[in-house]
Design a protein around this ligand. Structure first.
Ligand code: AMP
Length: 282
């Protein structure tokens, strides 16, 4: 495994890889790697000759009052994790390399970036789209691996790849959860014991939404209200949003009459967790 910090150097090395007709799978991350990241890496390994993982806590996707400074950073552990997961290249750029002084170009996927998490985190998806566009230009992968855990992010990046003609397949990998249902997330490290056990209510609420749908419920407002009630039973839980939206435009669906995304964001203390499930109508 090689650790590369310089974007030009990585581009050069990977140009040789491509010339030899070896396929490249790319997994972008912010580090603090866990089994969710591992499932993306495994899939990338299965489907490609070479796997590139980037570790970069992207300052442009954090708001001024968000957790950029305290975001978990554990580089040594992450590198060992990548080595053990048969990663070929870890791309580890510095903030300055990605955003040198005077940096001024941004990618904004309009519409999709303004709703759900975008409404409570203005500028977040502009930061995400910008960094992923840059990484795609540096790495030129055959396939980009993303997690369903960040469903809105995956939908936005798919749209960006299509709109900007990146020659890359986007693969979305199912959410990896703890046995108790809690979706794995680097931010789970912020939770104390009580918050971590209370946060299981998020996956329970999503399961409840699916069960309600299966037993005939179609009215989104009623499903959401039941979910909200369940989540609000946990004292520390503060719902940011619970929404049922369509899978292409992320527009609110009043009556479920097609495939839908049930997405939520809930705070436990200072920690904001997100989770989602897809309801298949057909
Ligand atoms: P992050 O390091 O949190 O930016 O995540 C990097 C990638 O891993 C993103 O595509 C995430 O959607 C994905 N990911 C994070 N957590 C999970 C999980 N529990 N299951 C599957 N993919 C995940």
């Amino acid at each position: 495994m090689r650790v590369i910090r310089n974007p030009q150097k990585l581009s050069k090395i990977l140009a040789v890889t491509r010339h030899k007709r070896r396929s490249i799978g790319f997994v972008p991350t912010m580090g603090a790697l866990h089994l969710g990241h591992l499932s993306l890496i495994k899939k990338a390994n299965k489907e490609n000759n070479i796997v590139v993982v980037s570790i970069f806590v992207n300052p442009k996707q954090f708001g001024p009052k968000e957790d950029f400074k305290k975001y978990p950073r554990q580089l040594k552990k992450d590198l060992a994790f990548c080595r053990a997961s048969a990663v070929d290249f870890v791309f580890l750029p510095s903030d300055k390399m990605m955003y040198p002084e005077g940096y001024s170009t941004f990618v904004n996927v309009e519409g999709l970036s303004a709703v759900l998490c975008g409404a409570s985190r203005p500028g977040h998806f502009r930061g995400v789209a910008t960094i992923v566009a840059k990484l795609l230009n540096i790495i030129c992968p055959d396939a980009l691996y993303l997690g369903q855990k960040d469903a809105q992010q995956a939908i936005i990046l798919k749209k960006m790849v299509k709109d900007l003609n990146f020659p890359t397949d986007v693969k979305v990998i199912p959410t990896v959860r703890q046995k108790n249902g809690l979706a794995l997330s680097s931010r789970n490290a912020y939770l104390d014991k009580k918050q971590a056990s209370d946060a299981v209510v998020l996956s329970k609420a999503l399961s409840m939404a699916r069960s309600l749908f299966e037993s005939g419920a179609r009215d989104s407002a009623r499903i959401i209200s039941r979910m909200r009630k369940l989540i609000n039973k946990k004292q520390q839980a503060k719902v940011d949003y619970i929404s049922i939206v369509d899978l292409e435009r992320l527009e609110k669906v009043k009556k479920i009459n097609r495939d839908c995304l049930v997405a939520l964001a809930v705070r436990f203390g200072n920690t904001r967790l997100i989770d989602n499930t897809v309801i298949n109508y057909a």
